[in-house]
Design a protein around this ligand. Sequence first.
Ligand code: NAP
Length: 367
Amino acid sequence: MISAGFAMEKLNVGVIGATGMVGQNYVRLLEGHPWFNVVFVAASERSAGKKYSEAVAGRWQMTSPIPESVKDLMVFDAAKVGEAEGECDFIFSAVEMDKERVRALECEYASHGMPVFSNSSAHRWTDDVPMLIPEINPRHLDIIPAQKKNHGWSRGFIVVKPNCSLQSYLTPVYALIKEGYSVDRMILTTLQAVSGAGYPGVASLDIVDNIIPYIGGEEEKSEKEPLKILGSIKDGRFVNSDSMKVSAHCNRVPVVDGHTACVSLGFKEKKPSLEEILSIWSGFKALPQELDLPSAPKQPIIYIAENNRPQPRKDRDIDKAMAVVVGRVRPCNVFDIRFVGLSHNTVRGAAGGGILNAELAVKKKLI
Ligand code: NAP
């Protein structure tokens, strides 16, 4: 921990996978963060040993320059966990590699005393690892003492984020459930941006002037992950919710940033009117807003009434790119209601969401 020069002390953080699409967003978003300070960056052995600015030369995808505080940091090989020990209070993980290796690597950082906030899907189905959207299931962090005990970790632990597209629709759905409107059916069609595939991602000749109606593994994630997030903790393990059936179509579309979801919902019994839905969404606030976490959007769900919104280019950056923007709320002829949701996939759905998870863990004194 370093002193910021006044009462507030900043935590020293490491980013592994710092050179990739999500890692670059961590580096960008953490510049000037009031609580966190990037002191350690790591990636594959291809980047190791280079200055950060050299490692990302020709592939820096952010519109702002590389932060001065990071550009000269040496990139370490993420596999050499010992290099981070003693340097980092905790780690953001944005590595893209074989899931078995990610699982082992993240456990190793935790076993070396460094909590890990991960963007990878590797640990999403590990029994004692919370899959967190702080506006929905902040209480899932209550499992951390059990997780540490299960592994014999004294200080380290692992928290993961869900798939990036879930952010576009799950918080608005949860807001209705929280008010007693039990959703039991959901059909969603996602329109997912190319940045979701990392860099260089989808070949331009495949995606320009085109839509690809398949993203490996995404439909399964969209159908299963909400059930863990809406589930509960029993005997130190997560028990999935069985309240809802989900059917997903996931498409890659020629948009740079911003995942859109077209959603139809069916309610079990009581159905909200369209006016009630808008009132619930506009009044929705959760723990990140109550705690005034630095990365929390002031209003987590923003409704835009124009019938041609939300649109990725116009709406993805609203409120630090951390809000979910919804529109086109109307009756559904097959289920009960339908709407369109949008969120920024590499911010709310990735690095910004990971930072919000860490801020919540700090406030809960887990770090
Ligand atoms: P990416 O652009 O392909 O970046 C991958 C990163 O992983 C790079 O820093 C790369 O380092 C590093 N890496 C690759 N092989 C490695 C190895 N063997 N050891 C250590 N580091 C290695 O991918 P991304 O889009 O940033 O995604 C990163 C993770 O976040 C993935 O698990 C992805 O599923 C998840 N995610 C992505 C999004 C999104 O919108 N893009 C959203 C949510 C979650 P080098 O530069 O040295 O190769």
